[in-house]
Ligand binder design. Structure first.
Ligand code: HSE
Length: 430
């Protein structure tokens, strides 16, 4: 057997504790699989005295996480702090400069600083691995870097945030309020430290930017992700979508188009018969479409202690066994800036809901505008609102370009009997 691999873990929250528990429980099989024993020799976290239900008494305790990178008794640094600056970033830079491999579950760090860090890793001959940063327990980074490596990637689409999927699923199934379900997701250890990152779509955008970089060999560019979260999705929209035969999911999509790389996170109605619509709860699902392989579908838990620890362990085992790759699968110097498409350069079907006063002619006024703007309606229904005076008119359009749809909706909003800004949501058809 090779020498023991000595790891330092910074951050003993949900994921950090999961990693230690997994190393304890599965130590024998893990050692066989990577040909060496793995020991935790250093740790750092906010509170030294907190009872976490793990034994870390043999590890050196550091108040300052960066000190882990300076410990000669650490070969590999595992960062589970989070955030793209401050302690996590400083630790990463120190680890790489000190010639230590670096593993992280930190999507913000990789999505925002990944290009710079990849260059630093290569300059110092070390590896950055981040399987846990994207889609929790699903091995999507390895699938892209290894399994699909011979393919031109035509498209990646999927559900990339467990918290949002948990919330949307529970809203539909239990009709409880958004805030109550979000609290539940936090208690289950799914949500980010600031759950706005989940519900505003930022977390999914971090993950998508990473996938885009690997798929299209471009420096990771989080700022070029067009992001819409789920805070605008009401229980009413979930119900109306259900009546039309759809579920609402938060999707991340990247693909090459004629105008550049389309990279966007947005809520979407998905045909209930489509496999993505059946991915519920905290699960994530990702479709990778390659020019030779066709569609690869990966589904599994996208957040939570066990799932994320499992992904961190897969990276630890790879490094222990000597399996290393470039951060974004090719040398950082070969990543080339590419043009990104304008997010409004989109064509597709739309869900539309308009809250109106129930007066004669209101429906005709709306359909007139749609007709005049060239928006063809596939279906239209009416739902009484809580007040008898008001109704919600909702339906689905045929394919139309987004700019036309936005123009039509702006005109509808100005009608006398229209009470609120109409809701439009993209639809994904199978
Ligand atoms: N908050 C994230 C999610 C954790 O809900 O998907 C996993 O990245």
């Amino acid at each position: 057997m090779l020498d023991k691999l000595k790891i330092g873990i910074a951050g003993l929250g949900t994921v950090g504790v999961g990693v230690v528990k997994m190393l304890e429980k599965n130590s024998v099989l893990i050692a066989k699989r990577c040909g060496r024993e793995i020991v935790v020799t250093a740790v750092s976290a906010r509170s030294k005295d907190k009872d976490r239900g793990i034994d870390i008494s043999d590890a050196t305790w550091y108040e300052n996480a960066t000190d882990i990178a300076n410990d000669d008794n650490v070969d590999l640094v595992v960062e589970l702090i989070g955030g793209h600056e401050g302690a996590a970033y400083d630790l990463c830079v120190a680890a790489l400069k000190n010639g230590k491999d670096f593993i992280t579950a930190n999507k913000a760090l990789i999505a925002r600083r990944g290009y710079e860090l990849a260059q630093l890793a290569e300059e110092n001959g070390v590896t950055i691995a981040y399987e846990a940063a994207v889609a929790g327990g699903i091995p999507v980074i390895k699938a892209l870097k290894e399994g699909a490596a011979g393919n031109e990637i035509l498209q990646i689409s999927g559900i990339l945030n467990g918290t949002c999927n948990y919330i949307l699923t529970a809203m539909k199934e239990t009709e409880r309020d958004f805030d109550v379900i979000l609290k539940e997701a936090q208690d289950l250890g799914y949500a980010e430290a600031d759950p706005a990152f989940d519900v505003d779509g930022i977390d999914a955008a971090h993950k998508l930017a990473i996938l885009t970089s690997i798929a299209y060999a471009t420096p990771v560019n989080f700022d070029k992700v067009d992001v819409t979260g789920i805070t605008g999705i009401s229980l009413l929209d979930i119900k109306c979508a259900g009546e039309l035969g759809y579920k609402i999911k938060l999707l991340g999509v990247c693909k090459k188009t004629e105008t550049g790389i389309f990279q966007a996170v947005y809520p979407c109605l998905i045909d209930a018969a489509y496999p993505l619509a059946k991915t519920d709860g905290v699960n994530n699902a990702i479709f990778i479409e390659g020019d030779f392989v066709g569609n690869i579908v990966l589904e599994g838990p996208g957040a939570g202690q066990g799932a994320t620890a499992s992904a961190v362990l897969s990276d630890i085992i790879d490094i222990a066994a000597g399996r290393k790759s470039y951060t974004f699968n090719i040398p950082a110097s070969d990543l080339t800036e590419q043009k990104f498409a304008n997010a409004n350069d989109y064509e597709g079907e739309y869900y539309l809901r308009i809250n109106v006063l129930d007066r004669p002619g209101v429906l005709a006024d709306i359909t007139d505008i749609l007709k005049n703007e060239g928006v063809s309606v596939e279906s239209i229904l009416q739902k009484p609102a809580k007040s008898s005076e008001k109704v919600d008119i909702f339906g689905a359009t045929h394919k139309i370009d987004e700019k036309t749809m936005i123009k039509a909706v702006a005109k509808i909003e100005k009608l006398d009997n229209v009470l609120n800004k109409p809701t439009i949501i993209r639809i994904l058809k199978s």
